[in-house]
Write a protein that binds this ligand. Structure first.
Ligand code: SF4
Length: 338
């Protein structure tokens, strides 16, 4: 990244699995620039569809002959979420700081694999807070990529990068797209036979209210938060009572997952004699917490009567302790629901 070593230059594109980053790659490929993709993974990514849907996702990069690398956002990303220098979007999404974080990592990666520049599929004013002109400038400067970060889709509305100034990238073949419409991007995708229709897919859990609540709670109660710990927030119904966390599974997959995650200090619980969820209890567990968890467990079970029995186990997975409680009502559980 200190100087251009390859002729023609090689670009590393941040790719999300969405249309914009795909078209940014296409625009460069059309002027015979070699392009490599870099995708960041994290537990916050709602990417399943993007990977599965043949008309939307990273498999489209194969069509363009683009090799893609994958990097994980690591535990240091949680510090970005806790203290974003440039604030949050509508929920707990620190979009400007998030872009800076991944660009800094991408810069290190680019140096390692000897590519010459980094580009993104960002479009001016596509997102009001994180993709306006001022935000794009901040992102470029804070990630130490001033003059070196190419945005092929909006390039004509931005100051030329060093690559354009040196004539290594033909600026006249870059685009000047602005705003939320993806009409131009889709037109290019169709013209070049990449895809016909585009359905937005993927997303970020940090933008979702319910997940953001869980995440705030997780950061509050964990001095050393980890990405593995974050993964657990995606499964089950979560409740906080005093210092304890109660997680009630919603299906068989989640039930199995909760048993697997119990660890040596957790408690596993389920309704006796009727079908129902697995509940995992973690943290400061006392008799009151167990009683609350039992009421919640019974509430989400098939038990018909208002009162019933649950069984639970501490050290091992043998459930050999029993408790009879009243089912929790919606009114009762709402204050504890995350
Ligand atoms: S939506 Fe999520 S992944 Fe995207 S920039 Fe914002 S915080 Fe980062």
């Amino acid at each position: 990244m200190n100087g251009i070593k390859n002729d023609p230059p090689i670009g590393l594109g941040l790719i999300s699995g969405g249309l914009d980053s795909l078209i940014a790659c296409l625009v460069l490929k059309l002027q015979n620039i070699e392009v490599i993709g870099l995708n960041f993974k994290s537990p916050f990514c709602i990417c399943d569809k993007a990977y599965q849907n043949a008309e939307c996702g990273l498999n489209l990069y194969d069509k363009l002959g683009i090799k893609t690398y994958f990097l994980q956002k690591e535990d240091d990303y949680l510090e970005v979420i806790k203290n974003p220098k440039f604030g949050y979007g509508k929920n707990l999404n620190p979009c400007i700081d998030c872009r800076i974080y991944i660009l800094k990592k991408a810069k290190l990666f680019a140096e390692k694999i000897n590519v010459d520049f980094i580009f993104t599929g960002e479009v001016i004013d596509q997102r009001p807070k994180s993709q306006n002109l001022k935000a794009l400038r901040i992102i470029e400067e804070e990630s130490n990529l001033k003059g070196k970060l190419l945005r092929p889709l909006s390039a004509l509305m931005l100051k030329p990068t060093i690559l354009e100034e040196k004539g290594l990238i033909d600026r006249s073949r870059l685009l000047g797209i602005k705003g939320r419409s993806r009409k131009k991007q889709l037109e290019l995708a169709r013209t070049h036979g990449i895809l016909n229709e585009y359905n937005a897919c993927g997303g970020c859990l940090l933008t979702e209210k319910e997940f953001a609540n869980r995440m705030r709670d997780y950061l509050k109660f964990n001095n050393k938060p980890t990405m593995d710990g974050v993964s657990l927030l995606k499964y089950g119904r979560h409740f906080r009572f005093n210092g304890a966390k109660i997680i009630v599974g919603r299906n068989e997959l989640e039930n199995n997952f909760l048993v697997h995650l119990k660890g040596s200090n957790g408690i596993i619980m389920e309704a006796s004699n009727v079908k129902g969820p697995i509940t995992l209890i973690q943290g400061n567990i006392d008799a009151t917490v167990i009683k609350i968890a039992a009421r919640l467990t019974l509430r989400y079970s098939d038990a018909i009567k208002p009162q019933g029995e649950v069984k639970y186990g501490r050290g091992s997975n043998i459930l050999n302790e029993y408790l009879t409680v009243e089912k929790a009502t919606q009114e009762f559980l709402t204050p504890y629901l995350l």
